[in-house]
Design a protein around this ligand. Structure first.
Ligand code: C2E
Ligand code: CA
Ligand code: CA
Length: 665
């Protein structure tokens, strides 16, 4: 019963094997036209030999419509060669073919057997031969549709055999038996080859499925390789490959585009204070917010650390607005566990092709614009412009001149007096670097120090300048203090710190008279290394000052955490001292320093009224053009030797503890 059901299912073309059905149908498209052609040729031949013997309606009369029908079917199969059918349609078509094939077989066998009653032995022999070769030919043509082959074989051979057995002529019975057996064998061969065909198709489709799976896995691997594991945003690799794509495509698609870099502000202190795990959580949250802003024309990636990149298709104005929007979205507060946190973000943008035509240059330019945002307008977006280009050119010129400079000859330190207000006396000097380059003439420290840092020349330069400064200050009368500026690179280099201490030892100088000035931004950028180095200096007995105080972000935190002896309030507050805000800030810093027993220096005093305001606030140590700019050593030496005064002020040898005592008083 079960066997019968599966046989019927098979005869109806089993829909569970759609790939096989489709392959079968494709083969049939070429073979069925041949089958019809064979049928027509053979039928015409029989009709021709019976033309005289049989009535007209039996030869031409019946054959005519049969030929017309066969021709129509033949043409329709030829036409269908170009049409690709889906599995379902192919199955339907094959079911039709099985039914139609059976009907055609019925018609042809009825017609040819009824011709057998006409003509002599040769005509009758021709009929027997016609049926035999036609059925074998048709079975062959139907080798890819064995269901139809089976039907045709039985519809033809059973009546054929029955017809001749009824007549009882031995020769014809033998022929019919023979043909029947041959057909059975042919059918068996055909089934065998059909099974092979099915296996082949099965293995082909298994292979195709495997290939599809491999392709899917490859695509998944590719996606993972281009995804940042922490934030799930596309990563740096994706960013640069997309950037290359955009540049390549711009030849055909003329939409302008922008490369943007967004960097978090104050992320490092958060990471340092709350730990890396929380830092990661914060980055994940930032990633989520940015990911939600991505659009087809705005792709946002994480480039690494707290740096994100974006590619935006649009003009400069829209790009700037987009960058600013990203920064503002990042700046909104975060809630992580019990903590409420806030970070800032700055952005730099470079436009194609104004800023550059290669991914490397475009990225560098956007990074440069970001650096500008970071240093001059935090939280803002800077679009790379021609001024930046000019700046880069001038930086390159400085770099080239610096590489070839004769340090000992070209670099000097000038000394700006630090004035003790209660006695209007100079208690020491801040050493400020000066470069007189034979190529570029006077270059300011703000311009060459960052380049010396970048090129790694700062180590040699710092040691040379410090040695000069120490030699010169100790040659002045009395025990004067020396303040010397250290850069971010200096305070994270053990080699430089050891070098500085070695200079102090060799010059036999009193370390208590020496103060090293550092800015908080330089400390933040590499806090752990900086802390170790600063502690080494402290242990050697020198003092530390936090320079440009009030311009950073977390000043108060660092006052507690670093071994600081002195704070230098940034010039910008003095320039603005008439405003209640600046005045309030200066007052609170002065009070804070007093309560923390830290010395406080006010920088940038230029005018008498500024000085009187500061004196009213009980500021005691000041620097500024009001008293003197940074002066060359020779000038100071000569003035000190001749009148004992520099810039009209006496040099004082107040001891450090004296200053400290009266400053705190
Ligand atoms: P800084 O340490 O804040 O130095 C104070 C700057 O303000 C000096 O500029 C000084 O000439 C200037 N200045 C002093 N009084 C006044 C005033 O009343 N009004 C105004 N407007 N400016 C005043 P300079 O010499 O151009 O130095 C700039 C910066 O370069 C310094 O800022 C310091 O950060 C850095 N620098 C200078 N020399 C060295 C050095 O030897 N090593 C390192 N690493 N950095 C140095
Ligand atoms: Ca300074
Ligand atoms: Ca300063």
């Amino acid at each position: 019963m079960e066997k019968l059901r599966s046989f019927v299912q098979w005869m109806m073309i089993d829909p569970r094997h759609p790939e096989i059905a489709q392959a079968q149908y494709n083969e049939l498209k070429t073979q069925i036209p041949l089958l019809y052609a064979l049928l027509m040729v053979n039928a015409i031949a029989v009709s021709y030999t019976h033309y005289d013997a049989a009535p007209f309606y039996m030869t031409v009369g019946i054959l005519g419509p049969m030929l017309v029908f066969t021709t129509v079917r033949l043409m329709s199969w030829i036409k269908s060669r170009k049409i690709v059918l889906g599995p379902e349609a192919a199955i339907r078509k094959m079911r039709q073919t099985v039914i139609l094939g059976s009907l055609v077989a019925v018609v042809y066998i009825s017609w040819s057997l009824s011709l057998d009653q006409y003509g002599g032995p040769s005509e009758r022999g021709h009929v027997a031969l016609f049926i035999a070769i036609t059925v074998i030919g048709c079975i062959f043509c139907l080798m890819h549709l064995p269901q139809a082959a089976l039907m045709v074989m039985f519809i033809v051979t059973v009546p054929y055999l029955a017809h001749y057995m009824r007549q009882g002529e031995d020769v014809y019975v033998a022929i019919a038996m023979n043909i029947f057996l041959v057909c059975l064998v042919v059918l068996q061969v055909l089934f065998n080859s059909y099974r092979g065909f099915c296996k082949l198709i099965d293995s082909q489709s298994a292979l195709a499925a495997k290939q599809k799976e491999t392709e899917r896995l490859n695509a998944e691997n590719e996606r993972l390789a281009q995804t940042d594991a922490l934030t799930d945003l596309p990563n740096r690799r994706y960013f640069f490959s997309r950037l290359d794509d955009l540049i390549e495509k711009i030849g055909t698609d003329n939409t302008p585009f922008a490369v943007g870099v967004v960097d978090l502000d104050r992320f490092k202190p958060i990471n340092d204070t709350y730990g890396h795990q929380l830092g990661d959580q914060l980055l994940t949250e930032v990633g989520k917010r940015l990911g939600a802003l991505a659009r087809p024309d705005l792709e946002i990636c994480r480039l690494g650390g707290d740096e994100f990149g974006f590619l935006f298709r649009g003009d400069a104005k829209d790009a700037e607005r987009t960058g600013q929007n990203l920064c503002e979205r990042i700046t909104e507060p975060y809630r992580i566990g019990e903590l409420q946190l806030a970070v800032g973000a700055s952005c730099g943008i470079a436009l194609y092709p104004e800023a550059g035509r290669t991914s490397h240059v475009l990225f560098d330019r956007s990074d440069y614009a970001l650096y500008n945002s970071k240093t001059t307008s935090r939280g803002r977006t800077t679009v790379y412009s021609s001024e930046h280009e000019a700046r880069i050119k001038s930086d390159r010129a400085i770099e080239a001149a610096l590489q070839n400079a004769d340090f000992a000859r070209e670099f000097q330190v000038h000394f700006q007096p630090m004035v003790w207000l209660p006695e209007r006396k100079i208690i020491g000097f801040e050493a400020l670097a000066r470069w007189n380059s034979p190529v570029l003439q006077q270059v300011g420290p703000n311009n060459f120090i960052p380049i010396a840092e970048k090129t790694g020349l700062i180590h040699r330069l710092t040691l040379l300048l410090f040695d000069k400064a120490l030699a010169q200050i100790t040659s002045l009368p009395g025990d004067l203090c020396l303040s010397f500026n250290l850069s971010a690179v200096d305070i994270t280099s053990l080699e430089t710190i050891e070098g500085l201490l070695e200079v102090i030892r060799q010059r036999n100088a009193d370390p208590r008279l020496i103060t090293f000035e550092v800015t908080e931004t330089s400390v933040i950028s590499s806090y752990d290394a900086a802390e170790t180095c600063l502690q080494m200096l402290k242990n050697a007995g020198v003092k530390l000052a936090l320079d440009d105080f009030g311009t950073g972000f977390s000043s108060l935190g660092y006052l507690h955490r670093l071994p600081i002896d002195c704070v230098k309030i940034d010039q910008s507050f003095v320039a603005d001292i008439e405003s209640p805000v600046a005045c309030g800030v200066v007052t609170s810093i002065v009070n804070l320093c007093r309560s923390m027993q830290i010395l406080c220096v006010i920088e940038g005093v230029e005018a008498a009224d500024q000085l009187s305001t500061l004196e009213a606030l009980e500021c005691r140590l000041v620097q500024g053009y009001y008293f003197a700019p940074a002066l060359p050593y020779d000038e100071i030496k000569q003035a000190a030797d001749t009148g004992g005064k520099v810039a009209g002020l006496e040099l004082s040898s107040l001891s450090a503890s004296e200053i400290h005592r009266s400053s705190m008083g």
